[in-house]
Design a protein around this ligand. Sequence first.
Ligand code: GLA
Length: 383
Amino acid sequence: MKTSSKKFVYLTVFVIITSQLTLSSCFNMKSDTTMKISENFFGRIEEKEIKIFELENPKGSKVSITNFGAIVQSLYVRDREGNFEDIVLGFDSLEDYIQQTSYFGAIAGRYANRIAFAQFTLDGKTYQLSANDGNHHLHGGFKGFDKVIWDARPYLDTTGACLELHYISKDGEEGYPGTLDVYVTYCFTLDDELKIYYQATTDHPTILNLTHHSYFNLSGFTQRNILEHELIIHADSFTPVDSTLIPTGEIVPVKNTVFDFTSPRPIGSRIREVFNKKTGYDNNYVLNTTDSTVHPAAKAYDPESGRILEVFTDQPGLQFYSGNFLDGKIKGKNGKIYQQHDGFCLETQHFPDSPNHPEFPSTVLRPGQIFRSLTIYKFSTDR
Ligand code: GLA
């Protein structure tokens, strides 16, 4: 957990999670696709009602998403025996999401991951961002996209059950230049895919890096930690970091290092050899791809439950984070205490600190350009 993050205090927060208890409206929409969307009250922040939407497919798989932080609150998919269990970490109440500094399930932005010394220079002008991770900027600052209220529009279409989330980030927010108009659309499909479409425009040159920050644990209800999960990352190289997790600028082959996940092996097999800020993986992988089409990025498999997660993206990088900062102090859903390595994140992204590394793919967005990107998390079982 980051200790330097500010705590947010809001006047009133109601803690409502189940549809039976809701104070608000509840509706069901059915269509030919037989996908289902329901909408419930999740809480209140000042005058604003925060909602939680459930997107469900006919198989019975379902995902809950709130318009606070664009957070995925739960994700139920079956194991090989057909048992539906929740495979993401998180909280039962809105209040816990307001207080958290772990980014459970959230969209991170404007700039996901770190910017060294919270500074960058664009077109000759130096911008100072908020420093919320020691001297560095992390995941958009004190009040990043994980802590803002998004406008929500649920709809059904041929892709599945979708939730469009919209947010306007004002010029100067957390130090960033330009007003950014951003859409994040989650679509849950008949094939147990969670598709995340990103779109953004700006009225002034700025920088942008968006990611999704779910902590997965395929055992279901965090019954076991993730060290036995087998992982493949389709990356022959990675960007090493200094002791404060800022990339050194090198791009180094993973071969013959503990970072090599080019063939499947348990996450825990060599994790104690990785000395990061906290022991464990917290690195950006340079995905094996030569173009910007959607391509396989990673695959995780829990041999005990039989659950499989595949990740596809058009982004050049992937942050593999093995839940190193979870320290037994967070009480999550159903009172579960989250320990180190109880979850892992596979965050599709541009490389951390790119604005200070001209040799990395550019993260600059200019007026007139439209940033568009797609990441897919696909769930299945081994039989
Ligand atoms: C990302 C970072 C980690 C950590 C987590 C949130 O994955 O790379 O260092 O900050 O987010 O705790």
